[in-house]
Design a protein around this ligand. Structure first.
Ligand SMILES: C[S@@+](CC[C@H](N)C(=O)[O-])C[C@H]1O[C@@H](n2cnc3c(N)ncnc32)[C@H](O)[C@@H]1O
Length: 208
């Protein structure tokens, strides 16, 4: 147990910081974030890897429950040409008023949220009526049954080594079921990642 705690606090945050800088992921960030304007709430801010890709934002609320992970964001936060405010909270209970946030960003966070239904409800609650949820997530295959099954099989192990990360979520369906519609969406495979976590879903979603 002590070894696992050491892994969680001292090793995992550095691994996360490295893996999340895979070139295809950095390209995905550029594509998703370049045109985002104004105020942004990032859920699962991680180590701040999105910050250099914002061209036109005024303020970022950096929601990150894990202190050990946020520690590694400090330099990027300091270098950002706009204000970044850390909010130590979970997406299942967003400390924001109803219909108050213009943009919400989730990059590879929905895989890790323990109660995703609740978090999506919360995102729906705090998003302004004309607001946008910008997201890129790794998801379950829908066109390859072998890999799909393998994702189901390996998720319990992945959850232990990668801080609760599920390999087998269908984020598009979760959002549709929670009264979101899409103005943009597509799937692609990130060739520089292992097959098991390669299928990506990029989208801009709005409240119905
Ligand atoms: C795979 S990392 C992605 C980090 C960052 N978004 C990025 O693109 O590099 C997932 C992040 O979600 C955070 N997280 C886990 N559970 C969460 C929850 N319930 N609410 C908000 N963030 C959560 C983790 O602490 C971690 O920083």
């Amino acid at each position: 147990m002590m070894i696992y705690k050491f892994y969680q606090q001292r090793i995992f945050p550095h691994l996360l910081n490295q893996v999340m800088q895979t070139p295809s992921m950095m390209d995905g960030r550029a594509e998703l974030l370049g045109k985002v304007r104004g105020e942004v709430l990032e859920i699962g801010f991680g180590t701040g890897l999105n910050l250099p890709f914002y061209q036109e934002v005024d303020q970022v609320y950096a929601l990150e429950p894990n202190r050990d992970v946020y520690q590694l964001a400090q330099k990027r936060v300091f270098d950002a040409p706009f204000h970044v405010q850390h909010i130590q909270a979970s997406a299942e209970k967003l400390p924001f008023a109803d219909h108050s946030v213009e943009n919400i960003v989730s990059t590879w966070t929905m895989c890790s949220i323990a109660n995703l239904d609740k978090a999506i409800q919360e995102i729906h609650r705090v998003l302004k009526p004309q607001g946008t949820l910008h997201l890129i997530e790794h998801v379950q295959y829908h066109d390859n049954n072998t890999l799909k099954k393998l994702q189901d099989l390996l998720t319990p192990i992945q959850k232990v080594i990668a801080d609760g990360c599920h390999l087998n979520r269908n984020i598009e369906l979760e959002l549709l079921n929670a009264n979101f519609k899409f103005s943009e969406k597509y799937y692609f495979d990130a060739e520089d990642l292992p097959k098991i976590g390669r299928r990506m879903f990029m989208a801009r979603a709005h409240k119905l």
